[in-house]
Write a protein that binds this ligand. Structure first.
Ligand code: SF4
Ligand code: SF4
Length: 454
């Protein structure tokens, strides 16, 4: 391992006590991040929680975080040959990790296998190259500059089985799965109020790629709710001197999760530049998609981007976190009206759980008078970005969904479904043919001024 793709220096002092015996011989600070696992096999049990969806679905200890650590240690100790990151045994160990961060949150030693997988994938990419599928999926935020073409192709592919078969054959995209379709028109931010960042009710709204191009109604709803609550909402845009001023800003998540770290870093830098004035003035940054916010709060810290990344990690909130925090500070005083729908089942995205946002969501749902809801106890939905769309993973993806999530939804066929994750909503639509919604749409419907039903 000649160089690290991520910055592992935060693990520099890990392993200096007896607790972390067995730091591998090579790999530097990355090896220490692997060695924080003490091998107590707690991840090979199935209590409530997220960890570990691939172990839960396969019942195979090799697909648990601890099982992966064993093979990673062997690789870093030279037991898998000279080029372990290209070795099929390591690939098999890492393959079904969906990057849910369940282990970082639930393992007593906080093994961060999701980040370890990014480093592994980057190392492997450097040795064996990046597949066409991974190039295509990771670059989606860029491809969407040609949104009419992309939308047309996806819609055609979803309706023509022969084209889906071709996609499976040449790109490894499962012919059994539908692909999410971009909306007819992207999100168009309303003209903001003041933008000089001098108002104590300024808030920066970050509209991610998925909200911009696939579900703009979520971004509209979030904007509407925050404006109704008295905030001066400024939609985050690229700087005027940005090389691509007309392309929406992106956190780099799609690149990062497929180990394309340099491209992710470029996206992150572009975003940090646009955010710098707001960061300097302490303006909160609010986003809608759990994976994107986790990237900004956690993964960007491993991209070696210095103080801006650290400031951003402290200033970025999920929509529901921001509202709950502001409500606690008596700054969010908006009253909501009751909604006519009956019980709503709530599915939390793994990354919402990883950043500890489920408590905030519960608080926010309680702001709606008489609102009846129940949180589903489930692990990962199994879609995990593009994992569930990959031909070789489509079956295990649905097995993950069938562990708890889909049975719970089927047991309440009339319940509405709230799911804040883009990929969770796609998995649920495919799994039970019902349409889940984001909490921003729910709050917009509960505004006293009215709004379209979600
Ligand atoms: S990953 Fe965590 S829970 Fe699993 S064996 Fe290692 S220390 Fe134990
Ligand atoms: S990130 Fe999730 S899938 Fe990967 S090892 Fe950890 S718990 Fe398992």
């Amino acid at each position: 391992m000649k160089k690290h793709h991520l910055d592992w220096s935060s693990y520099e002092t890990a392993g200096q006590g007896d607790a972390y015996a067995g730091i591998p011989a090579t790999g530097g600070d990355f090896a220490k991040a692997v060695a924080v696992c003490i091998g107590d096999k707690q991840c090979q049990r199935k209590p409530k929680g997220v960890m570990c969806p691939s172990f839960r679905a396969t019942d195979d200890p090799a697909h648990s975080p601890g099982g992966r650590v064993k093979v990673l240690k062997a690789a870093l100790n030279g037991e898998l040959g000279d080029d372990a990151f290209a070795d099929a045994r390591l690939a098999a160990a890492m393959e079904l990790c969906v990057g849910c961060k369940g282990c970082k949150r639930e393992c007593a030693n906080q093994v961060d296998m999701a980040a370890i997988k990014i480093e592994y994938q980057a190392q492997r990419n450097a040795r064996v190259g990046v597949s066409w599928r991974d190039r295509l999926v990771a670059s989606l935020p860029q491809q969407l500059r040609h949104r009419h073409l992309v939308r047309g192709l996806i819609r055609w592919r979803n309706r023509a089985p022969w084209l889906a078969q071709l996609g499976a054959r040449f790109f490894g995209i499962s012919a059994q799965r539908q692909l999410p379709e971009p909306s007819a028109t992207p999100y168009a931010a309303p003209v903001s109020g003041t933008t000089d960042l001098s108002n104590d009710r300024d808030v920066i709204l970050f509209i991610d790629t998925f909200a911009t191009h696939f579900e703009p109604e979520i971004a509209q709803a979030a904007h509407q709710v925050l404006v109704a609550a008295g905030y001066n909402v400024i939609t985050l845009r690229p700087l005027a001197d940005d090389a691509e001023p007309n392309r929406a800003l992106c956190c780099g998540r799609t690149y990062l999760s497929l180990g394309q770290v340099d491209a992710a870093r470029r996206e992150a830098q572009r975003m940090h530049q646009a955010l710098r004035p707001a960061l300097e003035k302490g303006i909160p940054i609010v986003g809608l998609e759990p994976s994107c916010i986790l990237s900004l709060r956690d993964d960007h810290l491993k991209l070696g981007l210095g103080e801006t990344a650290e400031a951003l990690a402290k200033q970025v909130y999920l929509f529901e976190e921001f509202i709950a925090r502001e409500h606690d500070r008596k700054r969010f005083t908006l009253e909501f009206k009751p909604l006519p729908q009956g019980k709503t089942l709530v599915h939390g995205h793994c990354h919402q759980k990883a950043v500890g946002a489920m408590k905030s969501l519960r608080k926010v749902l309680r702001l709606i008078p008489e609102f009846e809801f129940e949180f589903i106890e489930a692990s990962c939905c199994g879609m995990a970005g593009s994992f569930g769309l990959e031909a070789e993973h489509a079956t295990v993806s649905m097995q993950m969904a069938e562990l708890d999530l889909l049975p719970a939804l089927r047991a309440a066929p009339d319940a509405a479904i709230l799911a804040n994750g883009f990929s969770c909503r796609h998995q649920i639509r495919e799994g039970v043919e019902r349409k889940p919604f984001h909490v921003a749409l729910l709050l917009r419907d509960a505004l006293d001024t009215g709004g379209a039903r979600c």
